[in-house]
Design a protein around this ligand. Structure first.
Ligand code: FES
Length: 91
């Protein structure tokens, strides 16, 4: 399971957090609807660098909607693949 948290504090909101959330919703629905949880969070205290996104424990700043496919490919998919390998190892 991967948790993606998008800051919806006022600064990140004004910098485009709703569009970042929409981009994540679209890609999650298409590729991993049951393995990824998308949440909004309060201010992460990185306002000047927003939009701030946390993927599990890693923090990314200045995220724009066009960055979402790359983040998903480079950060989310590897975690899902590791989870699948671990699950297979449990069998
Ligand atoms: S409003 Fe997003 S980091 Fe502060």
């Amino acid at each position: 399971m991967v948790t993606i948290q998008v800051c919806v504090g006022s600064s990140c909101f004004l910098r485009g957090a709703p569009d970042v959330i929409k981009a994540f919703e679209t890609i999650i629905e298409k590729h991993a609807p049951r393995q990824v949880e998308l949440k909004g969070t309060f201010c992460q205290e990185l306002c000047a660098k927003g939009v701030t996104v946390r993927i599990n424990e890693k923090v990314f700043t200045a995220v724009a909607p066009e960055d979402v496919p790359g983040l998903f490919r480079e950060q989310v998919i590897p975690i899902l693949c590791r989870d699948e390998s671990a699950d297979a190892g449990d069998r």
